[in-house]
Design a protein around this ligand. Structure first.
Ligand code: S3P
Length: 170
């Protein structure tokens, strides 16, 4: 298995946990959203404004293709990436896909004051989160090779991921 790819809902800790895993394993951390932003020279919010969600999803798909061709990475995917079959197919069987599982109530608290996620900048944010969460959780579970709880601190979760990946590899 080449890379470890973290998936899960917005706010589940993919980036912070990913950075901790990279620090502890000596692998290289890549945040998929930052990768897309650098390539497009635009923030994710601007990409959504200019090209719509479909435009962003195409860039995300391209990022999945490119990152999967690299080695030794800890990848924090975007929360929508693994809800698309075409992206799951890129990583499945090649890299280890890890779902960071966090209950909706904790996600809601973590994202209470978020201003960066375009999908959540709506007055009925709680409803949207619930709807998206319920729709996506089965897709994440289906995509993942391993499910790890993301309720703990990022460092504890990072160690839990490292352990789980090692056990699966043996
Ligand atoms: C999205 C999640 C975001 C980002 C974009 C869309 C989603 O990433 O890719 O705003 O559809 O859930 P994070 O999961 O890192 O917030």
């Amino acid at each position: 298995m080449d890379n470890i790819v973290l998936c899960g809902f917005m706010g589940c800790g993919k980036s912070t946990v990913g950075k901790n895993i990279a620090r502890k394993t000596g692998k290289i951390f890549v945040d998929m959203d930052s990768y897309i932003e650098e390539k497009a020279d635009m923030r994710v919010s601007e990409i959504f404004e200019r090209y719509g969600e479909d435009g962003f999803r195409d860039m995300e798909h391209e990022a999945c293709t490119e990152l999967s061709e690299m080695k030794n990475l800890i990848i924090a995917s975007g929360g929508g990436a693994f809800t698309y079959r075409r992206n799951v197919e890129i990583f499945k069987g090649k890299d280890t896909i890890v779902l960071l599982d966090v209950p909706l109530e904790i996600i809601k608290i973590r994202l209470k004051n978020d201003k960066t996620r375009p999908l959540l900048q709506q007055p009925n944010k709680d409803e949207i989160m619930k709807e998206l969460y319920e729709k996506r959780l089965p897709l994440y579970k289906n995509a993942a090779d391993i499910v790890v709880s993301g309720k703990n601190t990022p460092l504890k979760t990072a160690f839990a991921v490292i352990d789980a990946v090692n056990i699966t590899k043996k």
